[in-house]
Design a binder for this molecule. Sequence first.
Ligand SMILES: Cc1cc2nc3c(=O)[nH]c(=O)nc-3n(C[C@H](O)[C@H](O)[C@H](O)COP(=O)(O)OP(=O)(O)OC[C@H]3O[C@@H](n4cnc5c(N)ncnc54)[C@H](O)[C@@H]3O)c2cc1C
Length: 467
Amino acid sequence: MSPDFLENLAATVGQANLLTSHDDRVPFDTDWRGVLNGRSLGVVRPSSVEEVANIVRLCAANSIGIVPQGGNTGMCGGATPDSSAQQIVVSLTRIRAIRELDTSSNCMTVEAGLSLAEAQMAATGKGLMMPLSIASEGSATIGGAISTNAGGVNVLRYGNMRDLTLGIEAVLADGTIWSDLKKLHKDNTGYDLKQLFIGGEGTLGIVTAACIKLHHPPSSRLTFLAGIESVESALAGLDDIRGRFGNIVESWELFSDVSAKLLMQNCGYEKLPVQASHPWYLLGELALHGDGDEDIWAERLVEMADRMRCDDIILATSQSQRESLWAIRENISEAERTQGKGIKHDVSVPAGSIPELITSVLDGFEMRFADCRINIFGHVGDGNLHINAIPRETGHHIKADTAAAISELVYDASAALGGSFSAEHGIGSMKTAQMAKYKRAPALNMMRQIKSAFDPMGIFNPGKMLP
Ligand SMILES: Cc1cc2nc3c(=O)[nH]c(=O)nc-3n(C[C@H](O)[C@H](O)[C@H](O)COP(=O)(O)OP(=O)(O)OC[C@H]3O[C@@H](n4cnc5c(N)ncnc54)[C@H](O)[C@@H]3O)c2cc1C
C-alpha cells in the first residue's frame, strides 16, 4: 500500500467522509448483532457513483480489499470486514437519490443507499407499491437487498429481489461504471449479467443503482391469525385459497407454540388474540382488488378454516388490528434475542416437504439437546423456515459444540429433502463451511471462474461467499 493511500481516499470523498478512528469505525466494523467484530483500515462514505469508481481504482492499485456496505442488517457477516486492517468498508448510504419514478412503465430507478422503507414510501406517494417487505426495511438498502437477493413476507405473490429487479448499475473491479438500468421485462440479448450481481453479496462489484419493478397496491387486504393443529393444515389452507381465487396470497407465515410462549415470556404478551393455545399459528394476508366485501370474505375464510380443520381464527377488522397481528410475527426475533444467545438457521425445502423436515429435526431433539429448544417460524408458503435453537433457560448461551451439532442436524435434514442451507440470508463469512459441504463441486467451480473473470485481483469482499 502506498503511503499516501489514505490521503488519496480522503481527497476523493472529503476528509469528513473517511472514518479511521476506532470509535468512528466500530458501527461499520461490527455486524448488527454484535457477533462479528472486524477491523477495517477505514470506512469511506462516497456521495456519487464517480466517487465509488475512484475508490475502486485506488483500492485496486493498492491491493486493498473492498467491503461494500448498505444498512449493515445482513444476517451472515457479508458486510463486516475481517480483522486484518487491510480492507476498506465502502458505505453506500449517502448515494440515495430517486432518479426516476416512471408511472407509465411501473418502475423506479433508485440509488443503492436508499432504504427499502424510503423506496416503499416514494412508490406509495405515486399510487404504486414496492412490494419487498422485511422487518429491517427501515435500515436495509436497495443495494443490500439486491446483493443478498432479499425475500421477506411477500415473496409468494411478488417474488424476491431477483424478480423485482429490471436493471442495475454497478462499479466493476477496474473502476468501470457499468450502466444497465433498463426497464425491460424482456431482453434476450445474451447472458443476463445483472443476475450475477443479484445475490452476489458484493463479491463481483458495487451496485450503485437499480431499476425496480412496481406493482399496483391491492384495494384492500384481508389479514387473519389462525390457531392450527399441524403444519399440513397451513399448506392445505394455502392450497384452498389459491385453488379457488388464484394468486391473491401475499403472506402465509407460520410460527410454533414455542414462538408464542417466547412472546409471552419475553415480550409482554399475556396471550395471543385467538381463543386458545395451539401447536401452530398461521398469519395469512390476502390482497384483494375490488372484491373486498367483508361478509363474503368471512364466509370464504370459514370454508378455508374447515379445510384446515381449524375453529379458532381471528380476522383483522381495522388497520390497527392488522398491525398488531403483524407485530406478533415481527416480535419473534426479539423474543428469541431476549431468551439468550441461540443459533439461527434459514433453510428452504420444497413446500410440500416442510412437515417431513420438521419431523426429522424434532425427532429425538430433546433427548440429544436437553438444554435447548427448537423455535420454528417462517414463510411456509414458499418453503422457507427459520429453524432456530434457543437456550431453555433465559439468559443462557448455547455452547459452540452443541450449536455446531444442531446446525449439522438442520442442514443435513434440509439437504436430504433437496433443500438449501441458506434460503434468503446468503453466505457472507458465516456460512462458507456449509458452502463447501453442501454446494456441488461443479457449481463451486463455475462460481470461482465467474469471480476470477469479474474480479481477477480478488479485491471485492475477500473471504466472503466462496470457500
Ligand atoms: C430484523 C431483521 C429482519 C430481516 N428479515 C429478512 C427477511 O425477511 N428476508 C431477507 O431476505 N432478509 C432479512 N433480513 C436480512 C437483511 O435485512 C437483508 O439481507 C438486507 O437485504 C440487507 O440489506 P443491507 O442494506 O443492510 O445490506 P448489508 O447488511 O449492508 O450487506 C449485505 C451484503 O450485501 C453486500 N452489499 C451491500 N450493499 C451493496 C452494494 N451496494 N453493492 C454490492 N454489495 C453490497 C454486503 O457486502 C454484504 O455482503 C433481516 C434482517 C434483520 C436485521
